[in-house]
Design a protein around this ligand. Structure first.
Ligand SMILES: *[C@@H]1O[C@H](CO)[C@@H](O)[C@H](O)[C@H]1NC(C)=O
Ligand SMILES: *[C@@H]1O[C@H](CO)[C@@H](O)[C@H](O)[C@H]1NC(C)=O
Ligand SMILES: *[C@@H]1O[C@H](CO)[C@@H](O)[C@H](O)[C@H]1NC(C)=O
Ligand SMILES: *[C@@H]1O[C@H](CO)[C@@H](O)[C@H](O)[C@H]1NC(C)=O
Length: 219
């Protein structure tokens, strides 16, 4: 093959690739350039534009790209936000109004057009639930104490210390310390080695107990 042919083929190939490329924040879905979730636009083809959904609203790729699409395609709220007001489809069009669930609180459901404060019923990882969601109030969540963590939850509870030999956290215990009979420094990260060692006092007690039991058997 001569050089010109190679260059020509290369140009043709890059044109084909180019033809398939969509605008920013878009991907090809079922052969059609589509704005990503969280964006909207009348066309997602190269040279067109996908706009970001405003103020914590979200959109679905099912309905966010097309000739009559407008900001009202942003009709759901991002996780951690609930729907304060529905999107408005007639002029002036508006995105969903999204209100925060509050510090550490989040929605256990995502992408619902009717996501109300009732959906703010979970606490994020690293938080624990102090009060369940009730009426018009989101769940109340508080940050885990140092050296402990949690997974996302929808029930009242406490965080877990990283150290498996720490006393469990509770209404009475709010700092991670080695449990009774153990002393030392608790693990400071998830999966970190335990720094709690059986204390010499309890070791002596254990050894004495074993000796006493042994004597009892002999007698
Ligand atoms: C949208 O596209 C722009 C330009 O490529 C990029 O900077 C931005 O990070 C994208 N936004 C998201 C949320 O992906
Ligand atoms: C805006 O979008 C909504 C929802 O897709 C649609 O019903 C309405 O006709 C659109 N408005 C215009 C002016 O295209
Ligand atoms: C936005 O909504 C889409 C469609 O429901 C969903 O797939 C996506 O995860 C949502 N975005 C975020 C950040 O949760
Ligand atoms: C975490 O545990 C370590 C080891 O016990 C301790 O020194 C440190 O003070 C704890 N962190 C906080 C912020 O309390």
């Amino acid at each position: 093959m001569n050089k010109q042919l190679i260059v020509g083929l290369f140009l043709l190939a890059s044109m084909l690739v180019q033809a398939q490329t969509c605008t920013d924040n878009a991907t090809v879905i079922s052969g059609k350039c589509t704005c990503n979730a969280g964006f909207y636009g009348t066309s997602a083809d190269a040279g067109q534009q996908c706009y970001k959904c405003p103020s914590n609203s979200n959109s679905s790729t099912d309905s966010n790209t097309g000739i009559s699409v407008n900001v009202s395609a942003c009709n759901t709220c991002l996780p951690g936000y609930f729907l304060g007001g529905k999107a408005k489809t007639d002029a002036p069009q508006q995105a969903a109004t999204c209100s925060t669930c509050g510090t550490g609180a989040t929605t256990s459901t995502v992408g619902q057009v009717l996501q109300t404060v009732v959906n703010c019923n979970a606490c994020l990882p690293g938080y624990y639930m102090q009060t369940l969601q009730t009426g018009n109030n989101p769940a109340i969540c508080a940050q885990c104490p140092p050296n402990s963590t949690s997974t996302q939850t929808t029930s009242i509870g406490f965080c877990q210390c990283y150290d498996s030999l720490a006393a469990p956290l509770s209404a009475q215990v709010s700092t991670c310390k080695c449990k009774d009979g153990y002393s030392g420094n608790v693990a400071t990260q998830q999966g970190g080695a335990s720094g709690c060692k059986i204390s010499s006092n309890s070791l002596i007690l254990t050894v004495s107990a074993v000796l006493l039991a042994f004597l009892a058997i002999l007698i």
